[in-house]
Design a protein around this ligand. Sequence first.
Ligand SMILES: NC(=O)c1ccc[n+]([C@@H]2O[C@H](COP(=O)([O-])OP(=O)(O)OC[C@H]3O[C@@H](n4cnc5c(N)ncnc54)[C@H](O)[C@@H]3O)[C@@H](O)[C@H]2O)c1
Length: 272
Amino acid sequence: MSDSKPFEGQVAVVTGAAQGLGLGFVEALAEMGATVIIGDLQVDVATAAAEALSAKGMTVSSGYLDVTDTEVVDEFFKQVNATHGSIDILVNNAGLGQTVTPSVELSDEEWEKVMNVNLYGTFKCCRAAARIMEQQESGCIVNISSINGQNPAPLVAAYNAAKAAVISLTRSLALELAAYGVRVNAVCPGPVYTDFNKQVMSQRCDALGINEDEMIERITKAIPLGRWGEPEDIAWSVVTLCHPRSSWITGEIVRVSGGLEGVGSAPPKRDA
Ligand SMILES: NC(=O)c1ccc[n+]([C@@H]2O[C@H](COP(=O)([O-])OP(=O)(O)OC[C@H]3O[C@@H](n4cnc5c(N)ncnc54)[C@H](O)[C@@H]3O)[C@@H](O)[C@H]2O)c1
């Protein structure tokens, strides 16, 4: 293992990596020598991203993946394993935000949509990859939770619950897969200004009657280290957990948030 290419010879899958944080993980892993496969609903965007990184000398490809569809998930991981000969790293990053809504007004459809992608999708990908990793007797899974999974924010209860469950799932799997030499950890990112975050922020701005700049400033002030996160900040924690030298780390939940523990205070009574 070379110090600059610790992932040389390793095959990594990153879900939901056509853009945003996931694409940052792809770049970091590929720069350090991994062969990376992006799995995303947005095939064209993922393909363009893979081509751009390949043009820089990295080994990145992409494929259609809907993490909520068991058949698609199982086939995706089977194909990656057949093509590349192993799956050494899985980063479960695919996720979506919840429409900012008081829980008493939250529809079944919204609850299910948020659970389906953020929790069941993570479970389905863990299950498919773990079957292969158990056979290999090696592998590393990193699940992307959120600071909301540890400290729930108001008005996004389904998202909070899904991300908290991802933490529990991570710890269950870390125990179940340890005998097979498979490590499972989770990262809880704080705010990074991706498409996902912009959508949630704009809804919170509407709810509070403030503009986007004021919201950005409020959050900046709440972050002990005084700035928003960048995709590279979160990517560093992912590569650290996947690094071969982290071989005694499993079942850990790592918060990467500039010290921010959670967002939001209790909202006032709604208008009658
Ligand atoms: N950005 C933040 O501030 C922040 C903070 C904490 C946690 N997170 C988590 O980080 C992860 C990435 O978020 P992001 O900010 O990069 O979001 P993003 O919206 O920029 O990217 C999410 C990606 O997931 C893909 N995706 C959505 N549903 C999918 C499905 N069913 N199957 C496959 N792919 C699917 C989308 O196509 C998109 O490419 C999410 O799990 C999110 O909850 C983000």
